[in-house]
Design a protein around this ligand. Sequence first.
Ligand code: ADP
Ligand code: ZN
Length: 748
Amino acid sequence: MTTAARLDNLLDFPESTTPAQRALVPVLLPVALDQTYDYLPPASGAPQPGAFVTVPFGNQTRIGLVWHAPSGAAETQKLDQKKLKAINEVLDVPPLPLISLRFAEWIAKYTLSPLGMVSRMMMSAREVFEPSKPRFGVTIVPNAPLPPRMTPARQRALEIAGDRLIRPKATLARAAECTAGVIDGLVAAGCLVEAAIPEKRCPRPDPAHRVVEFSLEQQQAVDALLPVADAGNFSVTLLDGVTGSGKTEVYFEAVARTLAKGRQVLIMLPEIALTSQFMSRFEGRFGCAPVEWHSAQSGSERARLWKAVASGEARVVVGARSALFLPYPDLGLIVIDEEHDGGFKQDDRVNYQARDMAVVRGRLGDCPVVLASATPSIESHVNARSGKYRHLVLPGRFSGTELPQIEAIDLRTEQPEKGRWLAPRLVNEMAETLARGRQSLLFLNRRGYAPLTLCRACGHRLECPQCTAWLVEHRFKERLNCHHCGFSLPVPDKCPKCGEEGSMTACGPGVERVAEETSERFPEARIALLSSDLIPSLTEMRQIIKQIEAGETDIIIGTQLVAKGHHFPNLDLVGIVDGDLGLAQGADPRAGERTFQLLHQVTGRAGREAVRGRAFIQTHLPEHPVMAAMLSGERDAFIDQEIRVRQAGMLPPYGRLAALIVSAKDKETAQLIARDIAHRAPLAERIQVLGPAEAPIAVIRGRYRWRLLVKAPREIDLQTYLRAWLARLPPIKGDIRLVVDVDPYSFL
Ligand code: ADP
Ligand code: ZN
């Protein structure tokens, strides 16, 4: 049965079930189970599907979600009538819209994840389920007589409270630079009174706040996009425009149109934590900030926003992939910016690709989807070429400046001095840029000081005791860290193997080492180092970005944090310290594509406004197709080539892939189980099962890992095959773990 047909059945349930069955309520628990449990309705009557309830489960009380009955993806556990228990209560929380249930079923089916775990992602704001505690503050009593004893502190507090706002006591005390006692004194004197602080409301973006004047090219894209937004039904548009072409401004018009119709909008960004620029541009266009959704928000804030989305009060949500699972009752547009970004793939519990699931959400909810990128994924290019997606192209920068001029520095002939990482030509360019008062950016996608520490005396390399990985030195923290499990130890001053004093040597560069070299070479330059492990909070990150924008920095050094979406008007020069870094991942069919995207995005930071930028890529492989495409600017030739490779190798999007990853604490067990799983694979003519092979990172957190890769042509229903296979396996017991990753993005 097709999904749509099955869903129709679900929606028809009152006619298709007997009265006795109808009385039972299927409840899904947010745990790793694929089935619902039947409960008797509570005294208050049967709750509607999507309602949140508490139920007795074992000897606990748990929060559950009323599913539709009989549930389609989920099997209902048939219980003995006498053992049936009743729902305790229906929670006073907005129910999930039906579309969310359908979406959860679809994802569970596609990713082979338990429905309970998918639904859990829709219940991520845990504090929604706690009774909301009104917060209290103080406010001025209008026309109250002055307190008998006036002090300067009291005076200040009363002056501030004169605006009649209700503030928490502590906030007022801080503003008036006085103690909480002073505020209490004013309450006792009858000048201030306690009052409940009203819930914060989400401001309403105004579609007509600012009228944008578009360039001719932009206007054409806008003209093509507006009918899509107006139609309001499902379609996918690929907005493919070079960095700085104004993609954001263009899709903002579609956002405005959708808002004007009173529907909600979701804008997904890969790295929401970094997008202060995006927020201020949104505000410039719509007069207020959008609702932000990310993990750095407090629980109570998330609860408030979750409810605001459910009620429709939140009009535009900007968020990372988890924003896809909010309870939108009327989503009218989904935009996925930087659609090619690997950050949209989640590899934790439920393995899903949020961009692809957003397209599914658009189809289920019948609303348009816009994918934007300067370097669209091969998958999206193929869909655009086949006509499945509309393709809108913005070929030039809005500022009119050309894309940066890119040159290779061949490290085989132009080597940096010993112990240094920047070739002389790049250093000269940086010196010149600095002398002109302009900014340079050095990019190296490697955190820390050095990726390897070894003993000069005996050759011993410092490895993580729990992973197949070297320990990475982080010099600012004076520690060695494992980037896979978080293991860490202080940098030893003698070799742990041979005991030689002072023999430990750092090998290779990380961003910290590049920063060290840069400050030695340019002691007068103001340097900003951007690496996720060095920046304590979102606020600080945004602060640094602001300083860069304001020209208070001369040289920016960073990991891929700097690649994404920033618009630095004073940046003229980009240096890629190691252009080959991403190419070595042999088994990963997207290694070339990803390196191209990253290099393109980073070099695209240069020369966005007045002058044409320049970029230098240090590489050992100047002839590699990725480098050749970067240097010649022939993007389309590179895409053609990648598409041919994918087609020939039956790789995505021409073929489907799924990875099975088996891990266990014991090496032998992991291997044996992986082999056994492979043996049990059902025979199917056009499906290949490769492996098991030891994973490239053979051990993580003390667990030995083996991988299987399943390859099938695109028209084959891989999920049905996988499900049949999994059904043949004996129960996975003990400490053995089996992860199924449909459409894998990591091959490590
Ligand atoms: P992209 O997302 O394609 O990299 P942006 O949307 O960030 O490009 O646009 C680049 C810069 O040009 C931004 O500062 C943006 O405000 C500006 N810009 C683009 N289009 C316009 C326009 N029509 N009017 C004014 N400024 C624009
Ligand atoms: Zn480790």
